[in-house]
Design a protein around this ligand. Sequence first.
Ligand code: ADP
Ligand code: MG
Length: 701
Amino acid sequence: MFASNLDTSLVYLKGVGPKRAELLQKELGISTYEQLLNHYPFRYIDRTRFYKINELNPDMPLVQVIGRITSKETIGEKHKKRVVAKFTDDTGTMDLVWFQSLKWVEDHVMRSSLYIAFGKPTLFNNGFSISHPDLETYPRQTGITGNLTLQPIYNTSEKMKKGFLDSKCIQKLIHHIIELHINEVRENLPAYILEKYKLISRKEALIHIHFPANTSTLQHAERRLKFEELFFIQLQLLYNKQLRSLKFKGALFNTVGEKVNTFYNTMLPFDLTNAQKRVIKEIRLDTQKGIQMNRLIQGDVGSGKTVVALMSMLLANDNGYQACMMAPTEILARQHYQSLVDLLKGELISVAILTGNSTKKQRTILHQQLEAGEIDILVGTHALIEDKVQFKNLGLVVIDEQHRFGVEQRAKLWRKNVVPPHILVMTATPIPRTLAMTLYGDLDVSVIDELPVGRKPIETKHLFEGQRMRMFGFMKQEIAKGRQVYIVYPLIRESEKLDLLHLEAGVEQMRYQFPLPDYQISIVHGQMPNADKQYEMQRFIDGKSQIMVATTVIEVGVNVPNASVMIIENAERFGLSQLHQLRGRVGRGAEQSFCILMTGNKLGPNSKLRLETMVKTNNGFEISEIDLQLRGPGDITGTQQSGVLELKMANLVKDQIILQEARNTVIELFEKDTMLELPENILLKNYINKRTRAIAFDKIS
Ligand code: ADP
Ligand code: MG
């Protein structure tokens, strides 16, 4: 049976068969015509340029030469057997060599025919040769792939190549599909959008993405497919957001009561910044609408997110609700708990903590108190999500996250109350705008873009190994003023032992070359028992030690305002956001703080850019933009698995304008047509319906 539509299994495609179909499924997750059609090339090779044999040099990558096969012979024995053909043009002769598929070559490669040979030239015995060239008869045939100028190159795996499914073969398969079925490709964007943004049709785009006639048609195809990709992500995000606001009622926090007022008037040790006030106001407005709040707070290290979270939780308490605050690690949860207890001076409300380390006995008591409504704020780790944790009346969840929670985890939180609690997400590091739009596009966003007054910007310096004595001298000077110092060593999991040696050698060197007899050093690293770590940290927090030498364990969780110098060893080995996070450990008090980045002399271009960026700016948003450009989105957020960022075409760094266009288009269309009921939006309605059904189906199976 020959297939007649794009949902057909690839088993039925000419040249596939069960074995290759299985390979495609296993290696690329592709099983239908349509899916293969949506498997785009990852690059193209320019096939417009032809070389003469006397122009070749061994440094060239792939080249193509037009010539005639003048002789062909099979030489060698057994596994050394090969076919060697002499290939000649008007400037010289070269060899074409095959080690495999010899039978095919013997039967099909014709003497005296004109061919285009394509491959990597290598120099051998004073002559050039190409092994396993792509051979095409010359002149080229026409057709969709005729006038081949840019040859598509597809991702394949080793296993696929062994199964004779190389890039060239995929090209052929896609060519078949296009020849036979391209007219079945349906447009998925409304005509008015195509027109407004001058986008080519889906059908044209698919032809040109696989077989571009030239770079201009390729660009049009790319633009169209990028727009489409980003558009549908935004459509889904904003549709979800809209649906949520229609479906989910939210607790009403109408009253600013005794708890908020007492805290604000008698306990808050400083004035709020304007940015903090603005964000609190946004939260106030959100929680008076009767709709579930889903808000993201972005703010740089030290911008004061904790107190905003606390005041929001007190607001929940004032209105008869409980609140909880969830952190990604145990250390961070403890620190939050401590900050809240300190800010509240242990009065006003009852705060409790729950982590993976809480004992069974503690939990039993806690569960009872929670259900009885005796606990107002619960701080903790993922342990909070467990089904056993039930609240009397949970009204607000604050998530201080580094990793986005999965849908299922979120749903669990929501189900902890009849009316789903309001959700406040706080990001630990600023995220570039484009990333936020994609990753958190369904949330409302507040930005704390102002640091508390009196904070002096941290001064950052980059020093090379040869300037180490200068660094020691500076350190001594600061310690003499009563300050404390961090020295941080990188930690890479594969070589934990080696890293530890670095740290220990560093300490030895310091003690030897730079004796500080009156001063104490605390050492903290990941291989120490927890209790020792706690003890050493506490010594530093209490000011009993002046220097804290540590691996990156201190990245989160330590707050010592008197520490004013951050020295980062092997700074070239850290990522930008990590450097920024580490630097954020100082600059927390009233004193001028410093960050010193120590590196070796040899630095790659990316390391240089990272260090220069750190020296130049303290602005976390600026840093995150550069980080995004250097590393790509997946690494930054650790969310590759979440699926949100598995973009096939678009690039969040390069395609910011298209992203903005796509998002604006969606915002406008929802303003006009909330439920996608206009005939012009029927395609979009279908898309959403289909996706919703697919998700529902996933849940059942
Ligand atoms: P982050 O946004 O990194 O979580 P924190 O909430 O931990 O920042 O605040 C950093 C420090 O700044 C804390 O010691 C906090 O008490 C202090 N702080 C917060 N807001 C203000 C403010 N408006 N004025 C002065 N200090 C503040
Ligand atoms: Mg914080």
